[in-house]
Write a new protein. Structure first.
Length: 428
């Protein structure tokens, strides 16, 4: 294996083949020329503001039409609450995976699942896993827990003050809950924990958020909690931040892995050996062998959890259904497990502790995203828990399909065939 020194040297030699060291230094030097004009209009989608933004860009007419044709220009008002500095929209192809039979507490039935992606072979892979699950009688997918977290932190003068402040917070939990409740009719502050680090105190605030994913909701509620503390605490903090990076927001963390941030779901299925052979072209024993080896590989890599590609399922579903795609960073943490039972059949399960989804608010109100939720019958109030169970079932379908492809030798072939456009998808 080449040393780091060798690799760095080769990189520098390649770099210097294109530009001299002097040219590179000159490109990095500070320039005193005026900054280009400010983008006008903020969240406005009025025609003059949109035209003002386009006037800043040196772009061809065909590229402009791709981002904003006449019909899109007339419908930009749909997006005014969801974007700033709007210049148009981006189209992402949407495919259907399924049918996927789910037996859950909230999601029940056969689902056709819309996935927005530019990655060829992805929808085909999830459809294959979904078919295997459905032919086995469906998977059980259960919501285990839910709660959206914010973690404000307070700076005190000394560790003693921090301890006294923590005691005050414990003794006044009901006051803090009441302060949060005044900001929303849909959320509740259900748990208050804390962590003390020197003269800093972190509050760990967990909320229910109804059918919204709730990140804005809990931010506003937490701000109210913090202001109440600053006004009434007998040991007054010197300062606070409404979020101090302990919540796991937009990142994979061990904390979220062992608790919950969003919705925790577990899904399972048992696939008979003959079905594994017919649909996945491998055996339960081979799938179990791969899983054991991949688990050790994940441990060596420092992975939080052990799974193949939860992110593929969640990113495609989130984009299609108006979820926050950045939440895939935390939502894709979890565990996959494959076991061969006494009958020689495959038991497969997944657990995802931090699925951040909602069916109201945010991007769910946009026309195409709302339509994708409607495809599954999951648009609007009372549907968020079912959507989380669908996410778990979809992740299970993807884990089965990708692992089977790696075991059967089809993984490279499928990407070569579909991603490079060298053949139509086989019907079986």
């Amino acid at each position: 294996m080449a040393s780091s020194e060798d690799r760095i040297g080769k990189f520098l030699r390649r770099l210097l083949q294109r530009r001299s060291a002097l040219e590179i230094v000159q490109s990095l030097a500070r320039e005193e020329r005026p900054i280009r004009p400010r983008i006008p209009g903020g969240s406005s989608v009025a025609r003059e503001d949109v035209e003002g933004r386009w006037s800043l860009l040196d772009i061809g007419a065909s590229s402009r039409r791709a981002l904003m044709n006449r019909e899109q220009g007339e419908n930009l008002t749909f997006y005014q609450q969801n974007i700033e500095n709007c210049i148009g929209t981006v189209k992402v192809p949407v495919g259907l995976a399924g049918p996927l039979r789910i037996r859950g507490m909230f999601a029940s039935g056969d689902y056709y699942i819309p996935l927005a992606t530019t990655e060829a072979a992805l929808v085909a892979s999830y459809s294959r896993g979904a078919r295997a699950i459905s032919e086995a009688g469906g998977c059980v997918s259960i919501l285990l827990h839910e709660g959206m977290r914010r973690t404000p932190a307070f700076a005190l003068r000394t560790l003693i003050d921090a301890g006294l402040f923590a005691v005050w917070c414990v003794e006044h939990c009901e006051e803090l809950r009441a302060a949060a409740a005044r900001t929303t009719r849909h959320g509740d502050l259900i748990d208050i924990g804390m962590a003390v680090e020197g003269n800093h105190v972190y509050l760990i605030l967990d909320y229910t958020t109804g059918d919204a994913s709730g990140q804005n909701m809990v931010t506003i509620a937490t701000e109210a909690v913090c202001k109440h503390i600053m006004e009434h605490a007998t040991i007054r903090p010197e300062s606070f931040f409404v979020e101090a990076n302990l919540s796991g927001d937009k990142k994979a963390t061990a904390h979220s892995f062992v608790t919950v941030r969003g919705k925790k779901v577990s899904a399972e299925v048992t696939l008979p050996a003959d079905l594994v052979a017919a649909r996945l072209h491998t055996t339960p024993r081979e799938l179990e062998r791969y899983w054991k080896m991949s688990a050790i590989g994940a441990i060596q890599s420092g992975s939080i959890g052990v799974q193949g590609h939860f992110a593929n399922a969640l990113a495609a579903l989130y984009i299609a259904c108006g979820q926050d795609p950045a939440c895939v960073a935390e939502s894709a943490v979890g565990v996959t497990r494959f076991d061969v039972n006494d009958n020689g059949d495959l038991y497969a399960c997944v657990t995802l502790p931090s699925i951040v989804v909602g069916t109201v608010g945010g991007g769910t109100v946009l026309p195409s995203q709302h339509a994708c939720l409607e495809i599954m019958g999951l648009a609007g109030k009372g549907k968020a828990q079912a959507l989380a169970e669908v996410c778990g079932a979809l992740a299970l379908a993807g884990e089965l399909s990708i692992t089977a492809a790696l075991c059967s030798g089809d993984f490279t072939h499928a990407h070569h065939k579909l991603a490079r456009g060298n053949g139509a998808l086989a019907r079986d």
